[in-house]
Design a protein. Sequence first.
Length: 251
Amino acid sequence: MTAPGGVDLSVVIPAYNEAGRIGPTLERLLAMLGALPQSWEILVADDGSADDTAAIVAAVAGREPRVRGLRLPHRGKGATLRDGLLAAHGGLRFLCDADLSMPPAQITRFLAVVPGQCDIAIGSREGEGAVRVGEPFHRHLLGRVFNTLVRAMVLPGIQDTQCGFKMFTAAAVEAVLPTTTIEGWSFDVELLASARAQGWRIREVPIEWHYGPASKLRVLPHSLQMLRDLYQIRARVRRGAYTRRPPAPGT
């Protein structure tokens, strides 16, 4: 499944001050993607990093033209994911955390179900077949509390909205992303709420996930903002703000 003028698969990596991790992540992805039969690209969406992230990406891109960087102003996680996914060229677009906390070979689990069984596949660290490695109990507990609120308020039935590994068809990206407004950590919830409101097929894919202590999530301030975001998303769902927009004339 290739987008017109594009490639089969785009791997989109949001990055903010990831100089310590982006190099090894790119090398691991290059080794894995090189074995796939599909054509592919890697796009690093740089959220205005102040370190050497952009220089490291440019160095890799200099020897591997299928890697490219997208320099963005610093606006937050949601804005970076939105801009990166929309700038990708793939018929399928895979969202990938910069720390690559999921073994890259598991990308094939997503390819096995998109687009045949769903339009959006989201990595899940919960349920049968999922494995969590090294996560402190308190972080897991806080995550489950947040997801309980998400299921009660916005997305019943989805066990793990916040996992950083997700695959989309290009059509789903182009329909859903323009309806989103949140630029912070609750972007994942809004994206999935919009996709469900529009009728896109969503499926959870169990993965093996390794906890990384360098997470930029700050539990207390971010949790309070995410709770406010849930009320905002629920209100937008109820008033039909995420309805699928008709295609532009001539498209």
